[in-house]
Design a protein around this ligand. Structure first.
Ligand code: ADP
Ligand code: MG
Length: 713
């Protein structure tokens, strides 16, 4: 075996942390100990101030600036007790990660003294120099100011470093001119829009329409873990987050022996550390398990209010990465770090609730059934009308490798509702109002739904958008993406659909409500049922069927983000005050540019690795063969000569092929705009390199192999 790879493996085997990791003590008291949550605020704030703050947190009322100083003071005192020396406005720019700029509490007070200060103004706004964050042309360079503004609906928390701590204040980030430059602002706007629409719909069902609307999200996060020694020996992983080359080993996931398998001690120690960190941050990490691919895992928290859940998912990704480092591991959040085996997604479990009823809970009485079926039909309409927008929210260079590949929902968006609901829907569609006793028809508001057995709805793992008991699970988003994008779209298109339904219901005379509702839903089902598909989404037959139904199949990022520019979509987002036209256009620009840059980096990296690592290994192999052949020829040895020559010829041809494919890639990279041409060229190059890997002596191949990275930890 190659000496570097051997050293790496020996290093892993000799790790000292195999035993005697101290137990992580944990009680419920530790949960949220690093969060300035509502309970803590109640303890530390004067009652009237606390009450005013809660009006903002719970009911979305505008923040009363006069309370800011008192809140800031209490927050600072608490943070200092926790050992914080600095504070930061923590936000989510369009880079896809989180951003922070720390300021210390320390302030000189003259005469060589200092005080610790943190004012209401410090809490509410900050003005980071934002010139280097993507703005898609919104902010001209001479007006580089951006603002971060406190989001009181997501509590402040403490982030700990090795030797200090920082108070993090979740904020929204916008331009001087008011345009959103982040992921949180449109999310909050979309939640506001949906709240209004849900209340309007509930009024149609005889409610007063004043209750709280709570949209919830449970995000399942998939990730890979590999040993850092392998990671640092792979320039592609270090620079692009995925392996650009690498032949899948004979055994990978075929035996399905990893999924839910017993968790290896080293991995379990990592997971325990992660859970303990997350619990301190008030993040209810609940589930942990091995995923389908070797070295792939999942973590899922209990669902929470949407805005908080999105923030928490961003923190989860960071904690995964940082904790991995402590354990000598690297956490790969890329959607497709390894070719030929499963990629990683982020299952977005979403449901809207009004007061204390989950609108996606079928319930057991006709009234709740009617609300549920209306909600279901609204979603069917929304997703059918805007499947392209939902797809756009999942577009990224990384996720392109996943959608449609192994164990990933395809790029065609459809809805899975399960056999039983499909039957209900078809009864509703057929429903003959005059003779409701008709076998196999259902009269809304009068008949009750048959009880839906739990889990009967969760059998189809191939659907990108599946009804699962009392929520919809959107499975197309990528593992490294923020959940914000998908939920902004989901909230907005759902708001539009229920508004459209409510507008019709409002016109119905009370006495005829149930019949009228039935007709409204019937029409929706007739018009939009093509989006429902309960079969195997991975099959070629579905691809054809979807095309026949006219469902979009947007295969790559440039195609998938185009709908953001569509006139009707711009009008939709403007109507609901989620995005202005300028904001949408800027996002389109940013996403496209990010895609181009990532693809270009991969292309250049591949070229570099081929020329400095791979061709070198191949030529060494060839030169050894040639020497052997010369010696054999010299001493007149006949046996074995032909096979050596054949091998040399095969390697020589591969080297020629790789050289030519690399030259082709280089030519494409020389152009200004590259896009999927690079992806294709890289794919071609990779095939040859992976074939070479299988031919070259193990001691000459310097890059850690799949069988090592995926199985040795
Ligand atoms: P799976 O079978 O997909 O693993 P789980 O039942 O484990 O499904 O749930 C996955 C995620 O969905 C969890 O984060 C869970 O808390 C969340 N979840 C459950 N109910 C709801 C709901 N009503 N709204 C949003 N998320 C939910
Ligand atoms: Mg799931």
């Amino acid at each position: 075996m190659n000496a570097d790879r051997k050293t790496a493996i020996e290093g892993i085997l000799a790790r000292e942390d195999k035993e005697n990791i101290p137990l992580k003590p944990f009680t419920t008291d530790n949960f949220g100990e690093d969060v300035f949550h509502c309970g803590r605020m109640k303890e530390r704030l004067p009652k009237p101030i606390y009450q005013k703050l809660m009006d903002t947190v719970n009911e979305g009322k505008a923040l009363d600036p006069s309370i800011a100083d008192a809140v800031a003071h209490a927050m600072k005192e608490w943070a200092l007790e926790k050992g914080a020396t600095h504070y930061t406005h923590w936000f989510q720019p369009l880079t896809g990660t989180t951003a922070e700029k720390h300021d210390s509490f320390l302030e000189p007070s003259g005469h060589g003294h200092a005080i610790l200060s943190f004012s209401g103004k410090n809490l509410i706004v900050s003005e980071p120099d934002a010139s280097s964050f993507p703005s898609g042309g919104i902010r001209s360079t001479f007006e580089a100011r951006g603002y971060t503004a406190w989001d009181p609906t997501s509590p402040a928390f403490i982030k700990r470093g090795r030797n200090g701590a920082t108070l993090c204040i979740p904020t929204a980030f916008c331009a001087y001119t008011g345009e959103a430059l982040d992921k949180k602002t449109p999310l909050l706007r979309s939640m506001q829009a949906l709240t209004k629409s849900v209340r309007r719909m509930m009024k149609c069902f005889g409610d007063d329409g004043t209750k709280n609307v709570r949209i919830t999200l449970g995000a399942e996060q998939e990730y890979f873990l590999i040993d850092e020694q392998f990671y640092y020996a792979r320039p592609d992983l270090v620079q692009s987050g995925r392996t650009l080359f690498g032949a899948p080993p004979p055994k990978h996931q075929q035996l399905e022996d990893h999924y839910f398998g017993s968790i290896k001690p080293r991995i379990l120690a990592f997971m325990t550390d992660v859970d303990s960190e997350l619990w301190k941050l008030g993040i209810p990490a609940k589930t942990r398990h091995n995923e389908v691919a070797p070295a792939q895992f999942e973590i899922a928290p209990v669902f929470e209010e949407l805005n908080l859940a999105v923030d928490h998912n961003m923190i989860i990704m960071e904690v995964l990465k940082q904790t991995a480092e402590k354990h000598g591991l690297v956490c790969l959040l890329h959607e497709k770090p390894f070719a030929g085996i499963n990629g990683s997604g982020k299952h977005n479990n979403w449901s809207p609730a009004y007061g204390n009823i989950n609108l996606l809970n079928p319930g057991s009485d006709p009234h709740q059934n009617a609300i549920f079926l209306t909600t279901l039909c609204a979603i069917i309409m929304a997703v059918d009308k805007h499947s392209d927008l939902l797809r756009s929210a999942t577009a990224s260079a990384g996720n392109d490798h996943r959608l449609g590949a192994n164990e990933a929902p395809p790029a065609i968006i459809s809805i899975y509702i399960g056999e039983q609901l499909a039957d209900v829907i078809s009864q509703l569609e057929k429903g003959d109002l005059k003779s409701s006793k008709h076998a196999g028809t259902m009269r809304i508001g009068v008949d009750t739904l048959p009880p839906l057995p739990l889990d009967a709805t969760d059998r189809n793992r191939t659907s990108p958008f599946a009804f699962t008991n009392n929520k919809f699970e959107f499975r197309a988003p990528g593992s490294s993406q923020s959940c914000a994008g998908a939920n902004v779209i989901l909230n907005t298109i759902f708001a539009e659909a229920i508004d459209e339904i409510a507008a019709q219901l409002e016109k119905l005379p009370k006495a005829n409500f149930n019949n009228g509702l039935q007709k409204v839903l019937q029409k929706i089902i007739k018009a939009h049922k093509r989006i429902i598909f309960n079969g195997d989404n991975y099959s070629e037959a579905w691809r054809k069927e979807a095309a026949r139904r006219g469902l979009p199949n947007l295969r790559n990022t440039p195609e998938a983000i185009k709908p953001l520019l569509d006139k009707d979509n711009v009008a939709l987002f403007e109507k609901y005050n989620v995005f202005s036209k300028v904001e949408l256009h800027s996002r389109y620009e940013i996403f496209l540019e990010e895609y181009e840059r990532k693809i270009r980096i991969e292309g250049e990296l591949a070229l570099n690795m081929v020329r400095t690592i791979i061709l070198a290994a191949g030529s060494r192999q060839l030169s050894e063969l040639v020497k052997t052949i010369a010696v054999m020829d010299g001493c007149g040895l006949k046996s074995g000569l032909a096979s050596q020559k054949e091998l040399a010829d095969r390697i020589g041809k591969l080297l020629d092929g790789i050289t030519a494919a690399a030259a082709k890639l280089e030519k494409i990279l020389a152009k200004e705009e590259t896009g999927i041409a690079v992806v294709d060229a890289l794919c071609e190059l990779r095939k040859l390199v992976d074939t070479l890997e299988k031919q070259v002596d193990d001691d000459l191949w310097p890059l850690p192999k799949y069988r090592e990275m995926l199985f040795i930890n």
